[in-house]
Write a new protein. Structure first.
Length: 200
């Protein structure tokens, strides 16, 4: 599994292009904006985009959906089933009108060629926030749940302090060596966050 990070917009949202080296199947995690560099990378690597995955429904993570769906009409839009209301209705920081092709629940999994990913539901920042976990690669894409020495806001529509605390506790059960690639800011690891994050 390979991936590349792209930083987008005024609040520096991270979008990730992830692909399986053998099959050349790819996915985009959190298409924050209409970023042509991602399409250029897909073409350069000769990738086939299978999924567009949303860690949650805020507009700074979904702004490029229409752009990428037009370019890659066969790619399936993937989101948490619990995020349906936020995605479809205009709530808080959501732009609304988004309907997923594949809705997931906690513990569901998908394969990207030979790369296996699991989905961990992590409400707290939003009702249906989720993380994408590649266990064989010890890699977690944490959306806006866990950041470097910080966590996602809980004061927006649908946020919940107690749910966030439970979600963080779940993530801390992952191995220390797990690399964490969040929705904003720099990468970190579960081991670092367990020891130094004041919120966990």
């Amino acid at each position: 599994m390979e991936f590349k990070r792209y930083v987008n917009g005024e609040i520096f949202t991270n979008t990730y292009l992830v692909w399986d080296e053998e099959s050349r199947k790819a996915m985009i995690i959190d298409p924050a904006s209409e970023n042509p560099k991602i399409a250029e990378q897909i073409a350069a690597e000769k990738l086939s985009l299978a999924y567009i995955v949303l860690t949650h429904g805020h507009s700074d993570h979904t702004g490029g959906i229409a752009y990428f769906r037009a370019l890659y009409p066969d790619a399936k839009l993937v989101a948490s089933r619990a995020e349906r209301k936020l995605l479809y209705e205009r709530k808080g920081a959501s732009r609304g009108g988004i309907k997923a092709d594949i809705e997931l629940s906690d513990g569901d999994s998908l394969d990207l060629g030979s790369s296996h990913m699991e989905f961990i539901m992590t409400p707290g920042h939003t009702p249906g926030g989720m993380c994408v976990y590649f266990p064989a690669q010890d890699t977690l894409f944490s959306g806006d749940t866990l950041f470097f020495a910080s966590i996602g806001r809980t004061d927006l529509w649908g946020g919940d302090d107690d749910q966030m605390a439970s979600s963080l506790k779940r993530l801390m059960e992952l191995p220390d060596c797990t690399s964490v690639w969040p929705g904003h800011d720099r990468e970190t690891s579960i081991g670092f966050e367990r020891n130094y994050n004041p919120f966990v």
